[in-house]
Design a protein around this ligand. Structure first.
Ligand SMILES: [Zn+2]
Length: 265
């Protein structure tokens, strides 16, 4: 009996226009458009379902001037998943675009790194530079989940299920974690914001929202160690993901792609 394999889906729920200098520490001499996509990721097989991140809702999209293309729970519904049936959710980090609809999942536990909860409730939130990416209502709401015993804390690397594990990366935020999944094409790593775009890890450059630049750069090495190849690493916000991977179904073109099959190039 080998390890189980899983299907993985990237579901796009929002987008925004941006320019290249917005995305790189040190700016970029080649100014030009570099739009950003926003995703949540669904990991499942016949026995288990694990959601990775929960996106944000219409209220946060309006406040932050993002274009919501569908509520995250509606994206899941397109894949036949009801929010109330989701029991395990990995929160890669607490930024508003990753944690922002956790309250839509009444029966779920939330898997978070120790360091992330310490960060969002501690001294660094005094600084606008760090707190700007968080919503205080999300943070307070997640503290309430701790008091309901619905937060599962992880310190470093940990198994979530056979063939699904979290891996502490840090850097972007102190408790940033990536997710490794066993699939029929081998070990796939959902980098989330450990690499926003392919270009960040390929050129070893750093995204502008950052806690520790050195950990971001070391993180690329860890992603490469965890994945079967660079083509097994899925960045967190790159519109190329929707182009390189096949749609989950013909009618889901531009909405959801399959990550457990090899990318085209
Ligand atoms: Zn982030």
């Amino acid at each position: 009996m080998g390890l189980p394999t899983y299907e993985i889906f990237a579901i796009k729920y929002a987008q925004r226009d941006a320019r290249r200098p917005d995305h790189f520490v040190g700016g970029d001499p080649h100014d030009g458009p570099m739009p950003m996509d926003y995703f949540l990721w669904l990991v499942r097989n016949q026995d288990r379902l694990v959601l990775v991140d929960t996106g944000f809702n219409a209220e946060v999209a309006a406040k932050r001037k993002r274009t919501l293309v569908r509520e995250p729970r509606d994206g899941l519904a397109l894949l036949g998943v009801k929010a109330e049936d989701v029991r395990e959710i990995i929160i890669t980090h607490m930024h508003n675009d990753h944690v922002g609809t956790f309250f839509d999942f009444p029966n779920a536990n939330f898997h978070i790194q120790d360091e992330e909860m310490s960060f969002v409730t501690g001294r660094h939130m005094r600084n606008q530079f760090f707190r700007r990416s968080f919503e205080v209502d999300h943070v307070v709401g997640m503290v309430r989940m701790v008091f309901k015993d619905r937060v599962v804390f992880h310190k470093g690397d940990d198994d979530i299920a056979p063939g699904v594990s979290v891996h502490h990366i840090g850097g972007h935020t102190p408790g940033m974690q990536a997710v490794r999944v066993h699939t029929r094409r081998g070990w796939v790593v959902l980098a989330s914001d450990a690499s926003h775009y392919y270009e960040h890890m390929e050129k070893r450059r750093c995204f502008t929202a950052v806690f520790h630049v050195g950990q971001v750069l070391d993180g690329y090495d860890k992603l490469l160690r965890l994945a079967d190849s660079p083509k097994h690493i899925v960045p967190g916000h790159d519109p190329l993901v929707m182009k390189r991977y096949p749609p989950a179904a013909p009618e889901l073109e531009g909405i959801a792609v399959r990550l457990d099959v090899a990318p085209v190039e």
